[in-house]
Design a protein around this ligand. Structure first.
Ligand code: NAP
Ligand code: MG
Length: 509
């Protein structure tokens, strides 16, 4: 991927019609890009670069710097200096909140450009990028902007005569924040929002597949007036992420991505006794009870898996339908899948964009072939949705199976592939739903309020959706149990992950 030769990015971007890519997005993507270190846009110390492709055509759209250990070191130093020099950590909370709020306003003001860049770089439908990624990012920043003035310690009741003690919540320090490619801007904001609110500074690394919106977010942060070095953005690959994790000056690591990489990061951060939070993979079970509103459950279950072309950590990728409704639900899902529009992200008519990369295309189509070989029945999809050319298109694909031993029913595919299984009774289905190493999300469709609560309590997951799927709010904790992660983002718990508690004792005797 590290193509060192200059690409004709402007020419490539100019082949996209003006009604699909606005002038600001075109200008940004076609510009030469630098790392954001200490408020300055700079090349990588060793001059290395890599290209990021358009998943709809597989053609390169921009070149960005590939950060090495020296860049990581410079960024961490800048982040340290910002803690002290700009007094970010000790700035009046109202002022810190105001600056984060200003960043929210700027993301909102540039929503169209950011949505188009996200769609161009990652392949997702531009409408989805606007409604989910950009609007979600604005909401998460506004929520974070409210926190600085509400970070309070306690006065601790003392049984020791003559002692008075209270707690202070202090920022953890410099945070290494490593994010994936499925919701690039949104994941960036989920990471930096609480960190900045807590008074921490950040070294943010976007995924190599989708570097553009993080770089634009870095520019907007400067425009908002965030002091230099408070947010640093390092484009690069896995080696960049590893150098961030291992840098002595990083006090906390926050990571979203695969369980495999997350496990390695947890080990290294643990050894160095760094704070660490992880949002990892999932294989979420979605259960349709016999008494469910079947039409609503079918529609919701379709969205639960195929939304963002299945590239969501909470994707409802294992569907369990009571046998009384199994054929009807599978038939209706297959009908929806066969009529869904697969196409380029920037085409406003597209419902499912391509998957993000050649690697991901190979991985997803590999699971489809393996599923067939292992005896799952292909009911819909499996092809390219009528798309020609080199783009990485995979149509919504539906398998039925009677055994949960299939590889595709156990491993996270991270693509538009659903496996549906019939079940007979509640005990059987909750046991099957929980028989996974993962525990990020789960769902149940029922009209019975007692069943809803009972099943929600039994499912081993960080979030359970009843009669819906994928609701998110910056105030509601989000994260996984088991191999799906460590800690929570969002809400008070998400903020606490960026704070240390200091206890202060005063003798008043
Ligand atoms: P990944 O390798 O875990 O990448 C996530 C982030 O970690 C990226 O920024 C990546 O950088 C970085 N990274 C990679 N190796 C690292 C290391 N040794 N130390 C520190 N950082 C490192 O995920 P992926 O390869 O992009 O996707 C593989 C699979 O992960 C997917 O198929 C899916 O199953 C899962 N995934 C899950 C989520 C989620 O939201 N939970 C998101 C994305 C993917 P580079 O990308 O630049 O190499
Ligand atoms: Mg990777």
């Amino acid at each position: 991927m590290h193509g060192a030769s200059r690409i004709k990015e402007v020419v490539i971007i100019n082949s996209i019609p003006p009604d699909l890519l606005s002038e600001p997005a075109r200008a940004f993507a076609g510009r030469s890009h630098g790392l954001l270190i200490g408020g300055a846009s700079v090349p990588a110390a060793d001059g290395r670069k890599f290209t990021t492709p358009d998943p709809s055509t597989a053609r390169p759209i921009a070149e960005v710097p590939l950060s090495g250990p020296e860049d990581v070191d410079r960024a961490v130093r800048a982040a340290h200096a910002a803690l002290k020099k700009s007094a970010w950590a000790t700035m009046p909370p109202a002022e810190r909140g105001r600056l984060i709020g200003r960043l929210a306003d700027l993301v909102e003001a540039n929503a169209d450009e950011l949505a188009e860049l996200e769609s161009l770089d990652g392949g997702k439908p531009v409408k989805l990028a606007k409604i989910v990624d950009v609007t979600g990012a604005v909401g998460a920043l506004r929520y974070a902007a409210g926190w600085p003035t509400k970070i309070i310690g306690d006065v601790v009741p003392q049984s020791i005569p003559g002692a008075f003690s209270y707690t202070r919540k202090e920022p953890v320090g410099v945070c290494g924040q490593i994010i994936p490619w499925n919701f690039p801007l949104l994941m960036a904001v989920w990471k930096i929002g609480p960190a900045l609110a807590a008074g921490c500074t950040s070294v943010l690394k976007p995924a190599e597949q989708t570097p553009l919106t993080a770089l634009r977010l870095g520019e907007l942060a400067l425009e908002a007036g965030l002091p230099e070095g408070v947010l640093n953005v390092l484009t690069g690959d896995g080696s960049t992420g590893a150098a961030i994790v291992d840098h002595d000056g990083v006090d906390k690591v926050a990571f979203t991505g695969s369980t495999e990489v997350g496990r390695g990061i947890a080990g290294r951060a643990g050894h160095a006794l760094k704070r660490v939070t992880l949002e990892l993979g999932g294989k979420s079970a979605n259960i349709i009870m016999p008494d469910a509103d079947i039409a609503a459950a079918t529609k919701g279950s379709f969205q639960a898996i195929y939304y963002n072309t299945g590239q969501a950590c909470i994707a409802g990728s294992r569907l369990f339908v009571h046998r009384d409704h199994f054929d009807d639900v599978v038939g209706a899902l297959a009908e929806r899948a066969s009529t869904a529009r697969v196409g380029p992200g920037l085409d406003p008519k597209t419902q499912l964009g391509p998957v993000v990369s050649a690697e991901q295309y190979k991985r997803v189509t590999g699971y489809i072939e393996q599923g067939k070989a292992e005896g799952a029945e292909l009911v819909a999809g499996g092809g390219r949705g009528g798309q020609e050319g080199n783009g990485w298109f995979v149509e919504p694909t539906l398998f039925t199976a009677t055994s949960d031993d299939l590889t595709m029913a156990r491993e996270e595919i991270f693509g538009p592939v659903l496996v549906a299984q019939p079940y007979e009774d509640l005990g059987e289905v909750t046991r099957k739903a929980n028989a996974t190493e993962y525990g990020l999300a789960a769902g149940v469709w029922t009209r019975d309020v007692a069943t809803a609560h009972k099943v929600a309590h039994q499912l081993e997951a960080g979030a359970v959706y009843v009669n819906g799927w994928g609701r998110m709010d910056p105030a509601a904790p989000f994260g996984g149990v088991k191999a799906s992660g460590l800690g929570r983002e969002h809400g008070r718990e998400g903020l606490e992950a960026y704070l240390e508690t200091k206890t202060i004792w005063i003798d008043v005797a």
